[in-house]
Design a protein around this ligand. Sequence first.
Ligand code: AFP
Length: 337
Amino acid sequence: MTTLRPKPVSQDTHAMPQQMTLPDWLAELTRAGGVPSGLASVAASMAAASVEIAAILRTAPVAGQVGLVGRVNVQGEEQKQLDIISNDIVVKYLEQNPEISILVSEELDEPLQFQNQGRYVVATDPLDGSSNLDVNVTVGTIFSILDAAGGLLQKGSAQLAAGYVAYGPATSLVLSFGASVVVFTLDADGRYVLTDTDVQVSEASAEYAINTARERFWDAATKGYVAENVAGETGASGKRHNMRWVGSMVADVHRILMRGGIFLYPLDSETVSKGGRLRLLYEANPMAFLVEAAGGKATTGRERLLDVVPTGIHQRIPVILGSAEEVGRVEAWYARG
Ligand code: AFP
């Protein structure tokens, strides 16, 4: 009888080329004059916070860090233990950085003014998609970096940098200072390693993400666009579409950046009184900044998302973003009336 043995694996199979870490990449960018060192340090602080958040998420059920804390945030949403823990971690890292003066967080009713009179403001959702935690689905940290001189209520186009961290099977840091979008992956030693240097959203796609349970609240443009997709090759779009909705914006946007598609959380008759569902400063703006930097488009349906002048730090906004061609189709529906 022959014994099946695994083939011996040569050491060379596992040999990896020298990979660039986040600190090295930021240092190189700074040296090349691409970004000021202070701005790079703010991105590094958010990355450091996310490494600690990732470690906590990995074993949260074992440590009993699950469930609600019995409080609601300024959005009227129930806060989970991990929302609060993640917010505390972000505060801890940002307050140590002399370059940062103010933090706007989904979990804090008011802006948090640090002792430091730094040049930068950070707006963040420390743990977006937290209703997915109980079912072990990808969640994320989203952040936006602004020049403090411009105040808190700046258009998204004024962002100096934006990024998110997707806590999924791998932990991915997706970052842009405006020129390109890069991806770092957290390695086993807790270091972010560069794994994609120039993310491009494919111009065309046949994958759309929307919560279809809300159809009865939709406006005519959303109904028209989705009906065309459902009709597939027999309808006006002329191609078969597929639908994906994780219900965790970071996971949905990450999929779109990696393989194209469109994400829609439009204004509907139920959210109209609040201005939309998603938050402008720390959800819509950073994601729109990344999508545009990767060659995609982002709109409210009626105007470019990055041109919206905020009126409040927790303001909500309709969000439609992704592959340029698909977003263009939605814009065409809105332009009809
Ligand atoms: P939670 O942080 O409360 O889980 O909300 C997640 C989110 O803000 C965003 O990440 C999702 O895209 C969106 O809400 C999902 O909303 P619906 O539950 O209405 O589909």
